[in-house]
Design a binder for this molecule. Structure first.
Ligand SMILES: [Zn+2]
Length: 217
């Protein structure tokens, strides 16, 4: 069975949600960049401190540091069950780095999976997103509510955070940036025969999961 995946869809296409559902169902590790950064920071390591300083200053973590952290993390955990990388690689340099890291460990990626939805849907979805301030669990006002209002399903926290950059023009700029970054990534994985595209337009979370399961396993 295939078990090493990366999910590379645009923001708000539901890749985090799907990565979580699929990884739980098939016993794979869900490795999201956000969580990897949070873990590195809470470990208090030198790399973690570097990441914290950059994030605190409001900058994006650069490729080289992201790659170092991913390498460090992948080298420390048991990957024999398989994994879904969520949010990595997001640049072509990260793709090359991941290739090197995995071949060093002796693992071959099975599929790079892209979950696609139209731009207007992305914009509609983004405004409703929020996350647990404590554990990072993602939610949505419309599509993915907490079971009890105001309480995190995962850790019981009452604190939630919303991103400030949810204005359509800011989202559009982010998307343009995303599309230019993702193009060479798609080309790379197409050449490797590892690229899988899932069109999630108008589909519910359950329907996308079903489509993914059919395509992946
Ligand atoms: Zn929580």
């Amino acid at each position: 069975m295939k078990k090493y995946f990366t999910f590379i869809g645009p923001i708000a296409a539901g890749k985090g949600t799907q990565a979580e559902i699929i990884s739980k169902k098939y016993g794979l590790l869900h490795l999201s960049t956000g969580q990897i950064f949070r873990d590195a920071i809470s470990s208090g390591s030198e790399l973690g401190l570097k990441v914290k300083n950059i994030i605190d200053s409001g900058f994006l973590v650069p490729d080289t540091l992201t790659n170092e952290i991913v390498k460090d993390m992948l080298g420390k955990i048991d990957l024999s069950k398989g994994f879904i990388l969520d949010g990595y690689p997001r640049t072509i340099n990260q793709v090359y780095a991941l290739n090197d890291i995995l071949s060093e460990i002796g693992i071959e990626l099975d599929d790079a999976v892209m979950i696609e939805i139209p731009e207007e849907d992305i914009i509609r979805r983004i405004s409703g997103r929020f996350a647990c301030a404590k554990c990072g669990q993602n939610y949505h006002d419309e599509f993915n509510k907490t079971k009890t209002e105001g309480v995190c399903d995962n850790c019981g926290s009452h604190d939630f955070v919303r991103r400030n950059d949810d204005k359509p023009e800011i989202i559009k700029t982010r998307l343009q940036h995303y599309y230019s970054e993702v193009e060479p990534i798609v080309e790379f994985y197409k050449k490797e025969n590892k690229f899988l595209e899932i069109n999630a337009t108008g589909l519910s979370i359950e329907e996308v999961t079903k489509k993914l399961e059919e395509a992946l396993f």
